[in-house]
Design a protein around this ligand. Structure first.
Ligand code: BGC
Length: 786
């Protein structure tokens, strides 16, 4: 059902449809400007908030239409009407695998196609903007929404997010990139302060958003609940205006997370466009009052309204009347997507795949095989168009040739009930292989609640161990949206991580188990041996509303590398039914500059018997850096498909940013001169080849010295040293030896590790405070080549 305005939509809509030229765009902007001039202040304030749960505010008097927004991200959760919450009564839609599964595909083309399908579903259900993707970093294994986010790595998260957005938006439907930013914990999520240094903010928590904005221009961005560096995400001029708009060139609008706004007027000043959902007219009247009493500039309101109208009219102009959902096609595609995500973690003695030659009788154990867990709890919950079960799929597709037996093994209704294990052991013992379906029940992974441990239910763990005692061919088939411990890891020959595979995940599991699909997923997050090993162990979920990001940039594999901690399974890891060989890593140059960058080419060969896909990962290491840097950082990746015996060359292009760190003091990215290792790996702990490139930086970077900078720093730099020679010549002379000039002075460290501010005292009055400040002033324009 379209809104009332559909048939009378303002001329703008048709103009927007044809808006190919700058002239057309100008015509649209002129019309919007005119509308803004006709709107009353009250109407403008109303436009900056939702009409109800899921729609924007229309202004009937001026034929300004409304648009429909709905969750997101791995399928559509559309309520029956825009003023209904849509929990339980949402319209059926295809439930695709959740973000942790999508990320395990590392496949940008696939993510684009998932986006396209979601866009098609939105068109079929009259939704203009889907609330996703979520590119928040998986900072802690305990975070309740990890199943809904892609990765612990910023580049991987950002690239996947961009591909998803481009796919959705190719269908004339917008996205809402969320939750901007540092929204990494559920406990106290509406109040917590993500307290971190500026470098960490940029390198880890802003980078995924930056990539997605620059590569895909989402129509909307969702501002987070939490505070970042002390300021609410909805009210941060630094995040919403300085960075998002000015630095990254974001052209869309910012909407709030649901009920995230604390002070609407401050939020609008910061650059937030729409408060969602509707929260009564109270906040609108505050806006009106603020304009009237001069606290809020009307020009700010007008600009926000113009930008809102630009998105609204664009969305209306791209609606496809009569679009229909092709449920079967999307179900089949969802199966393919789920199969690409499945990650083979262990395959001793080539226990998998299951073939009728190897195994005549297959025991399927575990209630998940008949009552699948396929998505997470919370606002992303999709009502699937259909739901496959692994037991049914396996019986239907393989039951002719193989005898399939089943035992429930545990009760999903009671984590600690182990009364079904004995019966399951009998079933397993009477077969040639046992496939044990286990993992995390729905209540373990939810929006709004963090986990307190990372174990599977006791009954699941015990079941796997007990089955392995009676059946030497045991495979654990895991269903979970985030990392778990595996106390039975050495007792089973096979482990298949199937994630939360969506409504068609069961068929995908069957495809991989029985070898129709060769598994190619790799972990987009580290699986730790134990919670105590994890980077944010001491600082999650925070205390009294403060979350200290104490591990700083050392998130995920960056931390395990630095601390030399062996994970259960490392970032980037995943096996295949075939093997791959890496050779001939070549760099386009041995010496380069930040401007030229460098290309790396490597050959990958399928050395096994079956066709397969390999995810090739490129990591960069700065061998020596002014600031502390991770041992390696993922910069590029690609998934390649290879027939048995086939080889392909892949090329990655590295640019200045790939070598840079973010300098929080200077507030800029810096690529320092020096040697960088370019490493190619099959995982973060399986580096196959490495070469070195020497980078000569051409950047001129502000020196950024002030009165607090140490004398030693001033002394190291040629320009400032000359000034020091003039400033305190006598004091310096006291440290020059026989026949040496002032430039070769040899200072004791404890003296020169004083800020310049202290030099009036240290030099016993040779200079005054005013002279120090004069020197500082002179240094302001100085730059250096890093
Ligand atoms: C969630 C968002 C979601 C919104 C609307 C919020 O509680 O954080 O991810 O899009 O609700 O359901």
């Amino acid at each position: 059902m379209r809104n009332l305005f559909l048939f009378s939509v303002f001329i703008l809509t048709s103009l927007a449809m044809k808006a190919q030229s700058t002239k057309d765009e100008q015509a649209i902007q002129d019309k919007i400007n005119q509308l803004v001039s006709e709107l009353t202040l009250e109407e403008k304030a109303a436009l900056c908030s939702g009409r109800d749960d899921w729609s924007t505010q229309p202004i009937e008097r001026l034929n300004i239409p409304w648009i429909w927004v709905a969750d997101g991200p791995h399928g559509l959760r559309r309520a029956p009407a825009t003023n209904k919450p849509g929990y339980g009564d949402q319209l059926p839609a295809t439930c695709f695998p959740t973000a942790s599964a999508l990320a395990a595909t590392w496949d940008l083309d696939l993510l684009y196609k998932v986006g396209q399908s979601l866009g098609e579903e939105c068109q079929a259900q009259d939704v203009n903007v889907i609330l996703g993707p979520g590119v928040n970093i998986k900072r802690s294994v305990l975070a309740g929404r990890n199943f809904e986010f892609f990765s612990e790595d910023p580049i991987l998260s950002g690239e996947l997010g961009a591909a998803y957005i481009n796919g959705v938006q190719s269908q004339g439907v917008g996205t809402s990139l969320k939750h901007f930013t540092a929204n990494n914990v559920e406990t106290m999520r509406m109040y917590n302060n993500s307290d971190m240094d500026t470098r960490t903010l940029h390198e880890i928590y802003l980078t995924p958003f930056e990539i997605a904005v620059k590569k895909a221009q989402p129509w909307t961005i969702m501002a987070c609940y939490n505070r970042v560096q002390g300021v609410y995400g909805t009210q941060s001029p630094y995040l919403l205006t300085d960075i998002l708009k000015k630095e990254w060139g974001f052209k869309g609008i910012v909407i709030s997370d649901w009920f995230a706004v604390v002070n609407r007027v401050e939020a609008m000043k910061a650059g937030m466009h729409i408060e969602m959902p509707s929260v009564s007219a109270v906040n609108d009247s505050l806006v009106v009052e603020a304009v009237k009493n001069g606290d809020l500039d009307i020009a700010v309101v007008d600009q926000l309204v113009k930008e809102i109208l630009t998105v609204v009219f664009k969305a209306k102009s791209l609606e496809k009347e009569g679009a229909e959902l092709n449920a079967d096609k999307h179900h089949n595609f969802a199966r393919q997507v789920a199969s690409e995500a499945i990650t083979l973690l262990k395959n001793e003695n080539q226990i998998l795949p299951v073939t009728k030659e190897k195994y005549k009788r297959v025991a399927i154990i575990g209630e998940f095989a008949s009552a699948p867990r396929y998505q997470g709890n919370g606002s992303s919950e999709v009502k699937p168009t259909q739901l496959d079960k692994a037991l049914d799929m396996i019986k239907k597709e393989y039951g002719k040739d193989i005898k399939v037996s089943y035992a429930q093994g545990y009760k999903l209704s009671d984590d600690n009930d182990t009364s079904l294990i004995d019966e399951a052991k009998k079933v397993a013992a009477a077969a040639d292989i046992a496939l044990v379906f286990a993992g995390l029940p729905l209540q373990y992974e939810s929006e709004g609640i963090d986990r307190t441990h990372i174990h599977m239910p006791a009954s699941h763990n015990k079941l796997i161990s007990e089955i392995a005692k009676v059946q030497k061919n045991t495979v654990a088939v895991l269903t979970n949206g985030s990392a778990v411990t595996m106390p039975w890891i050495n007792e089973v020959d096979g482990i298949l991580e199937t994630w939360l595979g969506g409504q068609a995940g069961a068929g995908a599991v069957a495809d991989v188990l029985f070898g129709k699909v060769n598994p190619s997923g790799k972990l987009a997050e580290t699986f730790p041996m134990k919670l105590e090993d994890t980077p944010s162990f001491f600082n999650f979920p925070g205390e009294q509303g403060e979350v200290l990001y104490g591990e700083r940039i050392f998130v995920g594999y960056r931390y395990y590398d630095e601390k030399k901690i062996e994970p259960l399974f490392p970032f980037g890891f995943g096996l295949s039914y075939t093997t791959f060989e890496y050779s001939d890593l070549k760099l386009s140059a041995k010496n380069t500059t930040d401007k030229d960058g460098v290309s790396a080419t490597v050959t990958v060969k399928n050395t096994g018997d079956v066709k397969g896909k390999e995810i090739v990962q490129l990591y960069v290491t700065d061998q020596k850096s002014t600031l502390q840097r991770p041992k390696k950082e993922l910069k590029k990746f690609v998934k390649v498909e290879l027939e048995s015996g086939e080889e392909k060359e892949v090329t990655f292009k590295l640019e200045a940013r790939d070598f840079s760190y973010y300098d929080g003091k200077r507030e800029m990215w810096i690529a320092e001169s020096g040697d960088f290792s370019i490493s190619i790996g099959a995982s973060s702990r399986d580096i196959r080849l490495s070469e070195v490139v020497a980078l000569q930086s051409t950047q001129q970077v502000p020196l950024a010295f002030d009165e607090y900078t140490f004398f030693s720093e001033y002394w190291k730099n040629k320009q400032t040293r000359a000034l020091l020679m003039e400033l305190v010549p006598n004091w310096i002379k006291g440290f020059t030896g026989e026949g040496k000039s002032g430039y070769t002075a040899d200072f004791p460290g404890f003296l020169v590790d004083h800020p310049l501010l202290k030099f009036p005292y240290i030099t016993h009055g040779e200079i005054s405070h005013a002279q120090v400040m004069e020197l500082v002033e002179k240094c302001k324009g100085f730059t250096y080549n890093p």
